[in-house]
Design a protein around this ligand. Structure first.
Ligand code: SF4
Ligand code: SF4
Length: 269
């Protein structure tokens, strides 16, 4: 295994933000000494690196043949066992219930600790309600954020306020308690929803927010190389059965990662 530096970013954001590039992959391959340790020149890269690592440039500049493997590392054993064939499931970015709950816990525990210590120091009776707010917000953001249309941050923040403030009033809290509850709701919603988008490739990276284009396909140029189909994390493409060309069948799922544009050798996208 060769590790290329990504400035501490995950593959999705690193490739989108210029921290995992063709140059870095070539440098890692050339400086790691891996060429002296194996008898082949085939590198398997994480699929989500395809937004900025150009396989044919790696080949041209250091004679390593690059293939984009599965999105998730846990699928590598099956991918290798199946002679480097990706199933539809391996090509798609996933964010299952287990991963969602892991992320919720990884936020709820440290934020709960900070809020708990603050409450203990200032007003111990606020500790349990604050911990409850923290846990319920973390779980609901990570379970439902992508399933809610419209201004999602506002909706989550508003719902948290709509639940927390009446509870404080019913419990007999005064102005200070109301202010603390409102502050905790706004702060927690902001932090959790910001981190949510960076936690999963089912959302576009924040690096894509400036992008103002949409994908179109020039069928005359398409030669059916299927690199776009290999690298799209949202399965927007389908192979045509009648002719060796691609169909941009699900452009509504596109998250503007740009991987298909970068990888298409015929400039058909
Ligand atoms: S659009 Fe480009 S990458 Fe996709 S099948 Fe056609 S030629 Fe290949
Ligand atoms: S169709 Fe959209 S989501 Fe799929 S690879 Fe192209 S830019 Fe990315």
């Amino acid at each position: 295994m060769v590790v290329a530096p990504t400035s501490g970013n995950n593959v999705w954001c690193a490739a989108a933000g210029g921290h995992l590039t063709t140059h870095q992959v070539i440098t890692a391959l050339k400086t790691s000494g891996v060429a002296e340790r194996v008898r082949h020149r085939r590198a398997i890269l994480p699929q989500l690196a395809a937004t900025d690592v150009v396989g044919r440039d790696v080949m041209r500049r250091c004679r390593w043949r690059v293939r984009f493997g599965p999105v998730h590392a846990e699928d590598l054993p099956q991918y290798l066992a199946d002679d480097r064939r990706k199933t539809d499931r391996m090509r798609r970015a996933r964010f299952g219930v287990r991963e969602r709950l892991e992320m919720a816990a990884s936020w709820a525990v440290p934020s709960g600790l900070v809020l708990g210590v603050l409450a203990l120091a200032l007003k111990p009776s606020w500790m349990l309600p604050l911990l409850g707010l923290c846990a319920s917000l973390a779980v609901s953001v990570f379970l439902f954020y992508d399933r809610i249309p419209g201004p999602r941050r506002l909706l989550f923040g508003g719902s948290a306020l709509a639940v927390a403030l009446p509870v404080v009033l019913i419990a007999g809290g005064g102005g200070g308690a109301l202010l603390a509850a409102a502050g905790a709701c706004v702060l927690l919603t902001g932090v959790l929803t910001f981190d949510y988008t960076g936690s999963t490739p089912i959302e576009g990276s924040s690096h894509f927010e400036e992008r103002r284009w949409r994908i179109t396909l020039d069928l005359d140029r398409c030669r059916g190389v299927y690199s776009c189909w290999e690298v799209c994390p949202e399965a927007c493409f389908e192979k045509r059965e009648d002719v060796r060309k691609i169909d941009l069948a699900h452009d509504d799922r596109c998250v503007l990662c740009g991987a298909c544009i970068v990888q298409c050798p015929k400039d058909a996208l």
